[in-house]
Design a protein around this ligand. Structure first.
Ligand code: HXC
Ligand code: NAP
Length: 299
């Protein structure tokens, strides 16, 4: 991104300290880039240490500033606590948290094992809550003003067949956003969420459109805007919710999907037509991606 891609004045995020989970790839990396460009100190975490280090290096070479890679598995509460101790010791409290890390894959629900459900729910539902709780306890004890945003999907409003563990987990985080906005809003910690439509990323496409990535986005005529989202559009919304000046926005989940949700439901209902063979093929492709990524994990 260049400064012209962003809507904001230079230095808007100076003095802000933001942690973005899953910030080494995809949408997390884009939000990290925007915060860095606007002057924040940015921490990015994930399980693949080298991916994080490369991302941090790339962003700092492009924009200067400080982006710190932290290998951390958000499914492990003790690992979260150690990471937050290190961040707090490295210049003080965070002022922003972006719950962006997620796991997802398409599958017929009857093909899931309980471990398959847990693989997603433990990252999205539990991991994001553990992260929010640990940060929240610190902020409330210190009286720090902070903004939390969670990256959800429009399925929080209508569910999504074939991604049921994700839809259930994201809906849980939507409830967290609304609940804690009220419980902690008056004590300086506000909560909002973003529900993106399709923003092609490697991690998402390999698990939600395996083998058909290019075809899947070449015809977007079902979307009222006839296109996928642009990364800078997402980054602008995230910065708005994190930055000083939007403090009275609290408890909201904002879709950024070109009105796909209103037009089509924005979910995977169309996969009802798939054959047994299609599902088998897709399962193999997703498992290959999962194995490749797992081999790169350092925590
Ligand atoms: C059925 C499957 C499966 C599949 C895995 N499993 N793939 N079951 N169909 N296609 C089952 C496995 O068989 C196993 O159960 C269980 O899930 C755990 O699998 P592991 O590979 O051991 O899991 P793990 O290493 O913990 O990896 C977690 C993961 C992986 C979620 C499966 O994909 C991951 O780490 N993803 C992170 C990145 C990611 O998913 N990004 C996409 C975000 S996009 P058994 O019983 O066999 O042991 C997104 C977009 C939403 O969220 C909105 C778009 C519009
Ligand atoms: P992505 O690149 O696969 O991002 C997922 C990130 O989460 C990865 O960096 C991954 O890193 C990290 N992660 C997963 N499990 C983790 C764990 N246990 N601990 C720490 N980090 C973990 O996919 P994306 O498309 O950018 O998705 C980002 C967010 O946007 C997700 O919440 C997704 O649901 C949401 N979203 C995306 C779209 C879209 O169109 N792209 C649409 C709607 C919502 P490691 O594997 O290294 O841990």
């Amino acid at each position: 991104m260049t400064p012209d891609d962003l809507m904001f004045k230079p230095g808007l995020m100076a003095g802000q300290r933001v942690l973005i989970t899953g910030g080494g790839t995809g949408l997390g990396k884009v939000m990290a880039e925007a915060c860095l460009m606007l002057g924040a100190v940015v921490y990015i975490c994930g399980r693949r240490g080298q991916i994080l280090e490369a991302a941090a290096q790339e962003l700092m070479e492009a924009h200067d500033g400080r982006c710190v890679p932290m290998a951390c598995d958000i499914r492990v509460p003790e690992a979260i606590s150690d990471m937050l101790d290190a961040i707090w010791a490295d210049g003080g409290p965070l002022t922003g948290l972006v719950n962006n890390a997620a796991g997802n894959f398409i599958s017929r629900t009857e093909d899931l094992s309980t471990r398959g459900f847990d693989a997603i729910a433990n990252i999205v539902f539990r991991g994001s809550f553990y992260m929010t709780l640990d940060c929240g306890k610190r902020w409330l004890a210190e009286g720090t003003q902070a903004s939390v945003i969670s990256i959800l999907t429009t399925w929080v409003w209508n569910g999504s067949p074939f991604t049921v563990p994700s839809a259930m987990s994201k809906a849980g985080l939507n409830a967290m956003t609304q609940s804690l906005a009220v419980e902690w809003g008056g004590r300086g910690v506000r909560f909002n969420a973003i529900a993106p439509g399709p923003f092609p990323t490697e991690g998402m496409s390999a698990r939600l459109n395996p083998g058909a990535q290019e075809r899947a986005y070449s015809d977007m005529s079902h979307n009222p805007m006839n296109r996928v989202g642009e990364m800078a559009e997402l980054a602008n919304l995230a910065v708005y919710l994190l930055a000083p000046g939007s403090e009275y926005v609290n408890g909201q989940t904002i879709a950024i999907d070109g009105a796909a949700y209103q037009a089509t439901g924005g979910n995977f209902a169309g996969l009802r037509a798939w054959s047994e063979e299609q599902w088998d093929q897709v399962k193999q492709m997703i498992r290959a991606t999962n194995e490749k990524d797992r081999a790169q994990r350092t925590v």
